[in-house]
Design a protein around this ligand. Structure first.
Ligand code: PLP
Length: 358
């Protein structure tokens, strides 16, 4: 008899990032400049058939748009209902009984869950250990190595030479390497072009961050046509809604350069926020994403986040971050929102100082 519930699901829970509606939400790295305006216009022009009929089996229109935008063949593009779905499909496609998903940690909090969802075992390798020796990620023959570049939540950019070295260290039957580029727009640098040339490399992208379309649930991945076929088999047909396909195409083409403009402003504000944090004497990590991880002023991230929440500013608390310990992750947005954050931070620092000096 097959046991229900699955034993390997015992450690798995429904995802709960501890978020609730708030005036200034800087907790999930979505685009605070809004949705892509041309995509919103396309949505407003929806036709009855956008809803009545099934979407394309494998979102081929989007595959072509990605192909044109990034200079890869359409056969090298897979798609999904969010890049989480692309990751999920890729993990399932690479599944090996009892095998692991290895990754430098800390990283994207969904990855351990996605590994378990696919029946595999997450194997975090401490960030610095992986950086010093990429071989550490290959120990125990993982089915998948997951890399996040730029990394969420630290903002670190894995060096290009390091990624190249890791790819080269794999033997012929080595793991699938999944390179998550959810934040590549903000780094101004990508390895997406490598994916069609490297066996068993999948680079994933999302429409949820720079494109401002998190509500759409759309993402894509690039790899060799062999990798893409296997991921598509695991993904199944009709995963990307008809409107999602159409709107994602508009954002990927970005004919009015809205993504380019808001991304540039975000990068400028990231530097400005970095200076403001530095001026307050708080430790922070250099970031290539649309967020900054800053040391919790009181030393307890959950309490600082709660205090900021009372001032209607939501950030995401983290613990045990290398070089920082307890920390807050702040999404970078238009400057008035950053001012709201800095005001809330200043009040928290002042209140905490008062408590300590008493
Ligand atoms: C936000 C994020 C994603 C996006 O996931 P979607 O399912 O496309 O919304 C993927 N990877 C990382 C590291 C992220 O932070």
């Amino acid at each position: 008899m097959t046991p229900f519930p699955r034993e390997d699901y015992a450690d798995l829970n429904r995802y709960d990032p501890g978020r609730s509606p708030v005036a200034v939400d800087l907790s999930d790295n979505t685009n605070l400049w809004g949705p892509h305006p041309a995509a919103l216009a396309r949505m407003r022009a929806a036709t009855p058939d956008d809803l009545r009929t099934y979407p394309e089996l494998y979102a081929d229109t989007l595959r072509v748009a990605v192909s044109e935008r990034f200079g890869v063949a359409p056969e090298c593009v897979t798609t999904g209902a969010g890049s989480d779905d692309v990751l999920d499909s890729a993990f399932r496609a690479a599944y090996g009984a009892g095998q692991t998903v290895a990754y430098p940690a800390p990283t994207f909090s969904m990855v351990g869950d996605l590994a378990r969802m696919s029946g595999m075992v997450p194997r975090p390798v401490p960030w610095q250990e992986a950086l010093d020796n990429p071989r550490a990620l290959l120990a125990g023959d993982p089915a998948v190595v997951y890399l996040c570049r730029p990394n969420n939540p630290t903002g670190a950019q894995l060096p290009e030479e390091w990624v190249e070295r890791l790819l080269g260290l794999r033997g012929e039957d080595g793991p699938l390497v999944v390179l998550d580029e959810a934040y590549a727009d903000f780094a101004g640098e990508t390895l997406l072009g490598w994916a069609p040339k490297h066996p068993k490399l999948l680079v994933t992208r999302t429409c949820s961050k720079a494109y401002g379309l998190a509500g759409l649930r759309c993402g894509f991945g690039v790899g060799t046509s062999e990798v893409v076929t296997e991921v598509d088999k695991s993904r199944g047909p009709y995963k990307v809604a008809r409107l999602a396909t159409e709107l994602a195409v508009v954002a990927v083409r970005d004919e009015d350069a809205w993504v380019a403009r808001t991304t540039a402003e975000c990068v400028a504000n990231r530097e400005r926020l970095r200076q403001e944090i530095e001026a307050r004497g708080l430790a922070q990590l250099p970031s290539s994403g649309n967020f900054i991880l800053v040391a919790a002023p009181s030393g307890t991230a959950a309490e600082d986040a709660r205090a900021l929440r009372e001032a209607s500013v939501q950030v995401r608390p983290f613990t045990q971050v290398p070089d920082l310990g307890e920390a807050l992750r702040v999404t970078v947005g238009p400057w008035p929102l950053m001012e709201r954050f800095l005001e809330a931070l200043d009040s928290r620092m002042a209140a905490f100082r008062e408590v300590v000096s008493r």
